[in-house]
Structure formats: C-alpha cells, structure tokens
Design a protein around this ligand. Structure first.
Ligand SMILES: [Zn+2]
Length: 266
C-alpha cells in the first residue's frame, strides 16, 4: 500500500501524532502507520517546532499532565541557545548581545524580547528559541481573579502548522480506514481560528465543532491525543459529502480535517 501520505516506498513507521507528543510512560499503544523517509524522519524538525508552539501556549498552564512535556521543552529551548554559543561568537556579537540584554533589563518579558531581537537582527541563530520568540509582543491577559497578567505573544508559521495537521489527518485516515486518501484535505484549526477569519470559515468551524463528541473518541492516551470521525450528511442534499475527523491534542487544541467528496461545497 506504500507510505500513508504519498504511497512511496516504505522505510519505517511514523507515529501519529509523533512519540514526542507523549511523555515517557505514556507511549504504549500509540498509533503507527507505514511511511517513507520524507514523511517520517525528515519531518522530525517540523514535529519539534509544532510541539514547541503548542506546549508554549498559556492554555496549558496548570495542566498537570503536560508538565513533564513542558519541562522537556524548556530544556530543548535552552539547548538551542547553548548550541548557538558553542558555534562561537565574536567580541562584537557579544557586545551587541549584552547591549540588548541591558536594554530590556526592567522589562517584564525581557528574555522573550531579547531573544526576539538577537534573532531578528541576525546577531546569532538561536534555533528553536529564536523561532519561539519571533516578533515577540507584550500581551496583557486577565487572570482568574481578575488580575492583569503580562505575557508574550509570538508569530508562528501557519503553513508549518497546517502541514503538520495534514500529516496527522492523513495518518489517522490511513490507520482508521486502511487506505490512503488521495484527494485534498481541508483543515479547520478551531483553536487557532483567527478573529478576522472569513465568515465561511467561521461557519464551517462552528458546524464541525458541534460534531465533536469526545466521549466516542479513539486513542490510547486520550489526555494527549484522541480523535473521532464520521461521514457528514449534507443538509441540503441528504447525501454524504465528506468524511471528517475531529482531533484533540492535550485536551486543549481542537481541529477538524475534512476529506471532501466532489459534492462538498468548498
Ligand atoms: Zn511518503
């Protein structure tokens, strides 16, 4: 049958989602699919980036079950900075770095702003730490007791997030239905839907969110990942016009993958 994604030569298996999305001790009975090189090892950098984005989210604060993953994540970020220094920096670069650190001395999100500026000025390549502080901005959010909390936002790469979700969706389709989906996929990134998204996208998102029934969800370690899928009946024609899968990552991030038949109106 070939690779779950492209049908190419099978050289190994890919975990859906990647193993690194589960803490140690919670990695039994994970879903695997046959895969080629490109859709397995070669995407591990992508997996790391997306995992970092998700684990960075304030939505996961106070979630005990992701604590270990977040600690691992912080270590990975620190290592990316260490590696930048190990590659060596010149005296001039060191001075520029020190100036930036001084500039943000009294800033509540000093670290994030410093990393952001060091990266954007090209003084050093901070790897993952640079990516996770891209164009950092200060944000004020309201805490549980009505207090103001100063936090930071950053710009993430939406295309990379989409292609990660597409891999995941194709993997689940392959695993669940035993065949490869050869058509296109629409991803509805509910948790990441922008406020200024097109009206049609918002309506679709609302519709498919209603179908979420996680009590029927499948997946071995459901607090980290679970999914459920069904056929969707078109209300106008009463015909099945797509297959969809709903996903939850860390019980926090929800998205739907739509596998549209030609009757599907988008
Ligand atoms: Zn492939």
């Amino acid at each position: 049958m070939g690779c779950y994604f492209c049908g190419g030569e099978v050289t190994g298996v890919e975990h859906i989602p990647p193993r690194s999305f589960f803490p140690k001790g919670k990695r039994s009975e994970l879903i695997t699919v046959d895969s080629c090189d490109i859709h397995n090892q070669k995407k591990s950098k992508e997996d790391e980036y997306i995992r970092s984005i998700l684990l960075h989210s304030i939505k996961l604060d106070e979630k005990k079950e992701v604590e270990e993953l977040r600690n691992t994540e912080i270590r990975a970020l620190k290592r990316s900075v260490e590696r930048a220094f190990e590659r060596g920096i010149t005296k001039d670069q060191a001075k520029e770095v020190m100036d930036i650190i001084e500039k943000y001395e009294d800033d509540p999100i000093a670290g994030a702003k410093a990393f952001s500026e060091i990266e954007s000025k090209g003084i050093m390549n901070l790897g993952l730490m640079g990516l996770l502080n891209k164009d950092t901005r200060e944000e004020i959010i309201i805490g549980r007791d009505g207090e103001n909390i100063v936090t930071a936002s950053f710009i993430y790469d939406q295309n990379r997030l989409n292609s990660f979700m597409e891999c995941l969706a194709r993997g689940i389709f392959f695993h669940d239905l035993g065949k490869r989906w050869e058509g296109r996929i629409n991803i509805l990134p509910h948790t990441f839907l922008k406020e200024d998204a097109a009206q049609r996208d918002k309506e679709l998102s609302n519709e498919f969110l209603q179908y979420f029934d996680l009590s029927k969800a499948k997946g071995a370690q459901q607090e980290y990942f679970c999914y459920e899928g069904a056929n969707r009946m078109n209300p106008m024609t009463s015909k099945v016009d797509c297959i969809y899968y709903n996903f939850s990552l860390f019980n926090t991030f929800y998205f739907t993958a739509i596998f549209p038949f030609s009757e599907f109106g988008i």
